[in-house]
Design a protein around this ligand. Sequence first.
Ligand SMILES: Nc1ncnc2c1ncn2[C@@H]1O[C@H](COP(=O)(O)OP(=O)(O)OP(=O)(O)O)[C@@H](O)[C@H]1O
Ligand SMILES: [Mg+2]
Length: 367
Amino acid sequence: MGCDSVLSTQSSALQSMTTDELEKLLAQQPVALLHRLARGRVHRHFRAGKRRLIELLLQHSASNRAGFESDLQTLIEGQGSRTEPGPSRTHPPPTIAHKKTSPRGAEPESAETTISLSAWLEGLGVPSPQPFVPDPWQSEALSALNETDVVISVPTGSGKTYVAVEAARRAMEDNRSVIYTSPLKALSNTKYTEFSRIFGPDKVGILTGDRQENGQAPLLIMTTEILRNLLYDAASGEIDVRLDTLGLVILDESQYIADPERGVVWEETIIFCPSQARLLLLSASIGNPQDIADWLTSIRSTVCRLVRHSKRTVPLRAGYLHPNGKLTPLFRTLGIPYGHPNQLHPEAKRLFLEYEEETLPSGRPRR
Ligand SMILES: Nc1ncnc2c1ncn2[C@@H]1O[C@H](COP(=O)(O)OP(=O)(O)OP(=O)(O)O)[C@@H](O)[C@H]1O
Ligand SMILES: [Mg+2]
């Protein structure tokens, strides 16, 4: 018996389904219905995507098939009574979207300008290869580094790594060593792989709490804590790493200087950094980069130049991934609406409500 006939004959047919037919029937249902069916049956069901939810429901159905099928039948029938009769019945719109009593559904959705998911995703992907041309701010930062320390404050994805790599290359060509720090072991590992590929494995080493490799290489990658400790120990002359040839120290993700717990590590690293080495601070999110540059100028032997801009090379798009696996644009516009936090995409709004309905304890007042 096929699922279409199961649907058309309703109650009597439900009782005689094979597991395959039951699975197909479940697959035809909107995920909201599956979540209702899963209540009290599947623990934390709202975290499961549709496929997984069906799997869990089928597992559960084995223990009480009759009760399961009866609940399923009731839900399908209840849904049918709320939807228009006709051929669209096998794909009814999710019920919560049409609730008249929606607690937050004040706006009439038909009047909203919305964008589709495919429009929202359009243009994502790998661009076709083009000749590399440094952006003006990248050239500006590199030439400033010849004379001064530099703080770079530009949005994420702008190309700060290019400046770090080129500055490191120049320092090494000048027989100077380079230290690159990041706040995370994972990022240090990634940079170790990336820089080894660029400069060759013999030129790059790593020193973190977990890994010590090639510690005599001219370009050393480490966590900022390790560098701070090195600089402490250097005062007593007890270290293996040569600091007298140090030409450049790159502090990536330097917004950590504002971290209430770890910020002191960045401050001390800057304070103890040998005066002959240039300092290059990279960040996408320092709120007051001029203050940081001024502070560096006040404590170091060279001035510090700030290179900044705020135009995003890679525009942000905001989306909402529902625990059931459904992805939707978060707002009604392609970009993020400035100053209009309530311009939610209707589908995102519906999913929020659905999630709330699934997770709020019954009887708890809604906001
Ligand atoms: N001038 C440029 N023209 C085109 N693409 C560039 C340019 N500079 C860098 N890129 C590319 O931009 C992408 C992002 O660069 P990168 O990872 O250096 O960004 P970032 O500023 O360090 O970002 P984050 O704040 O996330 O660390 C990379 O794929 C890089 O190759
Ligand atoms: Mg970066």
